[in-house]
Design a protein around this ligand. Sequence first.
Ligand code: ADP
Length: 163
Amino acid sequence: MKIGIYPGSFDPVTFGHIDIIERASKMFDKLYVLVSFNNAKNAFFTPEERVEIIKEVIKPLKNVEVISSSKLTVEVAKELGATALIRGLRAVTDFEYELQMASTNRTLNGDIETIFLMTNTQYSYLSSHLVKEIFALHGNISHFVPKYVEDRLIKKVKEEKTK
Ligand code: ADP
């Protein structure tokens, strides 16, 4: 059985991520989407919320499972029996960081290959960071994330206000 793992922050998941998940799910018998987190990073959604949100928006993809971990990605991959890490590449600007990560992961575990999927050109500019900025400025984010994600962003802000 071919198992792949697609790690990321997914804070929040966007149409760009979903496109990569859909395409990667066709390449493997089983694909894990891994919400990676470390406590130092300032996130909008908790890892549990991010898992919940991704699960909801990728529901039709039956061979995809969503999990979270603060462990090293290669360690999680090894535990799950995954042989490939999936990453998305948008522009040249992604390349340097991704090459560094891929080389580091290969040094940590040479049995796990990093596979890059080129962004769908219609999402090549899209990032979670951009979505949060536009949302904070009350802009329309419906081109960037599913309605469910938009609703969860609104809900989260309301919850934060009542704290
Ligand atoms: P990270 O913090 O790990 O970079 P992200 O959630 O920002 O997490 O991204 C996870 C992966 O998805 C990365 O490989 C990133 O390059 C890729 N990705 C993000 N947005 C897009 C997009 N619009 N198109 C293609 N790949 C993307």
